[in-house]
Design a protein around this ligand. Sequence first.
Ligand SMILES: Cc1cc2nc3c(=O)[nH]c(=O)nc-3n(C[C@H](O)[C@H](O)[C@H](O)COP(=O)(O)O)c2cc1C
Length: 369
Amino acid sequence: MTESMVGSAAGAGIGTAESESRFGAGFGAGVPSGPGVAELRALVAAAGAAPSLHNAQPWRFRPTGDGPGVLVFADPARAVPLADPDGRGMLLSVGAALFNLRVAAAQLGLPVEELDLMPGPLGVVGPDEPVAVVRFGPRGIPYELAELAGEIGRRHSSREPFANRDVPEAVIGELVAAAADEDTVLDVLEEAGARRVLALTAEAEARIAGDAARRAETGSWLRAEAAGAAGPAAAQDGIPQRALGPQDHEARVPVRDFAGNGPARTQRFEALPQVATIATRGDTAADWLRAGQAMERVWLVATARGLRISVLHQAVELPDTRWRLRDPESGIGTVQVVLRVGYGPPGAATSRRDVDDLLRDPAGPAGER
Ligand SMILES: Cc1cc2nc3c(=O)[nH]c(=O)nc-3n(C[C@H](O)[C@H](O)[C@H](O)COP(=O)(O)O)c2cc1C
């Protein structure tokens, strides 16, 4: 199935900016407005800063061969098969990376003329089938999405307790609009809804924690802390200890127990956690990419407003709890993302893979990991 969407290029005019070195034949050749090498790297670096399930960063990128653009791939070698058997979390993550790429393109004045989600004939997710194709139109000036570029590096998962302070209605309105711009529905839940979703999350968390194979899989993405570690030996993926928060003393917020220690460190969390869900009308691979883009758009807008976010994905990972997440009244659509939103510490930065690694062709000789 091909899902097309014409990207908004609000404010983009035709400029004359020449990019620096070209990507030789095939990339930008004869198209003066295409991204140059350094710009391609900037686009990919922004994409790579996105959140991903267990910080697996399951994405790769390649310039399009026929005009200026970028092919976006999911990387099945970086799947998390027990937590994410159908690849939903993988495509949510790739969708988030795709949104960051669009923000970076806006900053470079590269309008997204065409964005195809799951362009392959069968909706296949494989190492050689792009899950999205981004095509750029003639270069102009930076446009609206560029406003979010500064938030990409400021956004982190914050798993600490939040303050007992409501998110103002006006900010909620902005988050809802951000999700709607990506063709999804964000619902900031009232008290009863939040309690229902937290209870489902706690149920899923208990089932996941009770599964030894799943515990081992989660644990394999934890990274030991090496103070000041840098250079090639430093982990480039996974979750470092410093990014983990405490468990909730009152068990109101079912934070994922990454370390599998149970409540080793507990603290009192906010009395009524503010919970938002992002739902899509359909439940196809393209919808997962859409939800991922929406999640990142919401997260960057929230970051700009001083809000913190952490993902509570456990109930989405089990088919029955995912089904029960949907709004019992409207019952419309599929909940793809559950977010805890509030005011608190920013969360710790986590590592990312090198841009070279993200641009490497897995079929080529340098493609082995
Ligand atoms: C699909 C998806 C599911 C996630 N699930 C959880 C989760 O259940 N609990 C959690 O604390 N973080 C979760 N995260 C957040 C990731 O762990 C986080 O994005 C990653 O470690 C990188 O850290 P950062 O967000 O600070 O950049 C999830 C992220 C994605 C995209």
